[in-house]
Design a protein around this ligand. Structure first.
Ligand code: ATP
Length: 263
């Protein structure tokens, strides 16, 4: 059951076939007793909808931060479509989208102004920018609220706009850190439908969530991490069949234990 990280192939030319390829990532925050990532290795193949699951403090956000170039690992390598940030930051930013856990919008700006700002940050301009903004507003079902400051939005509206911002550069690889936290069933349903459609059009998705039923519904493959290491990976149905567990929540608790994580 427990995959040995070392059994994953070393990054070589074949790593270029993966959308995301992480090898032996280690990250220790200052003054922390234990490393947040402890030799984490992870592959996400092109076209997959990959769910990254783990208890609080398991290392999901740290992994995503490294994979999207927010900060480097202490050691190990992370590749996006075969490229590493140290060498190809500009190229990676052209093809990578990030939807962060904390909503990263400017409250005083309107929905359209936020999309404009982040589009320009990605180097998009002119007609292409106008098109992407209109697509983003439509995608988030916010066309009628385009001129409203984000401060007036509900959490669901903010989450939808946060997602549209992550898609402004039409990424090949989209990374989402708990994009459905604190929203109602309607916004969640819309986001699920939109992400499924984007994935079916060819975008690779890496998705973290604490909602097991969400992972079971959306993901073609999942990885469970705990204490900064991958403890299980595979397609949800295959993992359930192998383990004899009834659902992902049962499997998750079996692998990570029932002890509270109040570090
Ligand atoms: P959650 O599900 O609660 O969001 P997570 O799986 O995303 O958790 P991380 O946020 O990556 O986990 O945290 C991994 C470990 O690193 C935890 O022990 C956390 O307390 C610690 N940690 C995270 N960020 C920092 C930081 N900036 N400084 C010190 N320790 C940190």
């Amino acid at each position: 059951m427990n995959p040995d990280n070392s059994s994953l192939p070393e990054p070589g030319p074949d790593c270029a076939d993966y959308a995301i390829c992480a090898r032996s990532l280690v990250k220790r925050y200052k003054n922390a007793a234990d490393p947040a990532l402890n030799n984490l290795s992870l592959d996400v193949r092109q076209g997959e909808f990959f769910g990254l699951l783990g208890p609080n403090g398991a290392g999901k956000t740290t992994a995503i931060s490294i994979l999207t170039g927010l900060f480097p690992p202490d050691s190990g390598t992370a590749r996006i479509m075969g490229m590493i940030f140290r060498e190809s930051e500009h190229e990676i930013k052209q093809i990578l989208g990030l939807v962060p856990q904390n909503i990263g919008l400017y409250d005083k700006l309107t929905a359209r102004e936020n999309l404009t700002f982040f589009g320009k940050l990605c180097g998009i301009s002119g007609k292409k920018l106008t098109e992407r903004i209109e697509q983003g507003l439509e995608f988030a079902r916010l066309t009628d609220h385009a001129r409203q400051p984000v401060a007036t939005f509900s959490t669901g509206m903010k989450r939808r706009l946060n997602l549209a911002v992550g898609l402004i550069n039409d990424p090949q690889v989209l990374v989402l850190d708990e994009p459905c936290v604190g929203i109602d069933a309607q916004s969640r349903n819309l986001i699920h439908e939109q992400l499924t459609a984007i994935n079916q059009r060819g975008t690779t998705i890496l998705y973290t969530t604490h909602y097991m039923e969400e992972a079971q519904e959306l993901c073609t493959r999942i990885g469970i991490i705990d204490n900064g290491r991958l403890v299980e990976e595979g397609p949800p149905a295959a993992l359930l069949q192998q383990s004899g567990m009834y659902n992902l929540e049962e499997l998750f608790l079996h692998l990570t234990g029932k002890e509270l994580r109040d570090s």
